[in-house]
Design a protein around this ligand. Structure first.
Ligand code: DAH
Length: 338
């Protein structure tokens, strides 16, 4: 009857252990200890052979009873864990797999802005902010575009309340900064601009521009060329060439439009550059003394250059995107690719 007595002790010990188990892990251990392949109950089954023939059925039955009892006690304990977790976590099933949050990334336009700004910052430019809701003074007058000026037509404008408007160019930042700060200045500014253009594959009523300018004593046109060439090579590639075409902007004199050799076809001519081998990317020039007058800078003492570029266009060129609308439709299938 030795095994029979032993089983009684096992019974007591197991019940106590199961009932007092504090955690899922500990319960798993108890389960293995008593019911596992090499567990105590399996051991008892093996030892049945040492029991006398007469007692064998009784011992065998006890072993079965205990196994069933332990199994159901463990089940009960598991249920009590589930119940207490339920009461802690409400009715949520915390054993379900978690909801995976996808990690996002910046919009391609913001990436482009960051990359371009970074290049200018490394050349010593300071990145600044400027308002999008402006007055006519900052968007036009101070930039030498008075009311009757024909070029004002090219800057079709959204007017809001009280004579305010949504700026149609980032050149406003020149005035905003020069009014507040004194030369030497090396400023870069990126932001949204607005024009009531009909939306098509290359026009949007809202788009992004980057404006840069530098003002000090003795700034000359070759400084502009040097800075822009450095930028073009850094951003588009070492082999890229630049060309300046004379142009007209009211706020610069002289003014130029700047093309880069097509980096897609290596200037051989392709669909993107309309088989010209050149891509127009920038407007620039020497800041018009009239602009300095508007911010009360002494235009005999100071000179400077300014440039502006459309980010959407640059981003489209760089990634071979053929429709500006894609930037603003928030289609994740498009945005995911960048
Ligand atoms: N503001 C001009 C535009 O929106 C771009 C531009 C051209 C900016 C020449 C400049 C500049 O600073 O010098 O078309």
């Amino acid at each position: 009857m030795k095994l029979f007595e032993k089983l009684k002790d096992i019974d007591k010990a197991a019940i106590k252990e199961i009932v007092e188990t504090p955690s899922w892990d500990a319960l798993e251990q108890v389960k293995i200890k008593y019911l596992g392949r090499k567990g105590i109950m399996q051991d008892a089954i093996k030892n049945i052979k040492s029991v006398s023939k007469k007692d064998k059925p009784k011992v065998g039955q006890l072993i079965n009873e205990l196994k069933n009892k332990f199994t159901s006690l463990i089940k009960e304990k598991e249920q009590s864990f589930i119940d207490s977790e339920r009461s802690m976590f409400g009715n949520k099933d915390i054993t379900l797999p978690g909801v995976k949050k996808e990690i996002g990334h910046n919009h391609p336009l913001i990436k482009t802005i960051d990359e371009i700004i970074d290049i200018f910052v490394r050349m010593g430019f300071k990145s600044v902010d400027a308002p999008e809701v402006e007055t006519e003074f900052y968007n036009f007058e101070a930039l030498n575009i008075p009311k009757d000026h024909p070029s004002r037509e090219t800057f079709h404008t959204f007017y809001v309340e009280n004579g305010m408007l949504l700026r149609s160019q980032t050149s406003t930042a020149q005035i905003r900064i020069m009014e507040k700060e004194k030369p030497p200045l090396q400023i870069i500014h990126a932001g949204k601009v607005y024009r009531p253009d009909a939306v098509d594959a290359s026009h949007s009523f809202m788009f992004y521009q980057i404006e840069g300018f530098m003002v000090d004593e003795g700034i000359v046109f070759s400084d502009l060329k040097g800075v822009l060439e450095k930028f073009a090579k850094e951003y588009f590639g070492e082999e890229v060439k630049m060309r300046f075409r004379p142009h007209y902007f009211p706020f610069t004199e002289p003014s130029a439009e700047i093309d880069i050799s097509c980096f897609i076809c290596g200037a051989k001519g392709c669909r993107v550059c309309s088989h010209k081998g050149w891509l127009e990317v920038l407007g620039a020039g020497m800041i018009n003394p009239k602009v300095f007058d508007a911010v009360k800078y002494d235009s005999r003492k100071y000179t400077g250059f300014a440039f502006g570029m459309g980010i959407d266009r640059i981003c489209m060129l760089k990634y071979g995107i053929d429709n500006i609308r894609l930037f603003y439709e928030n289609d994740v299938r498009f945005l995911k690719q960048f």
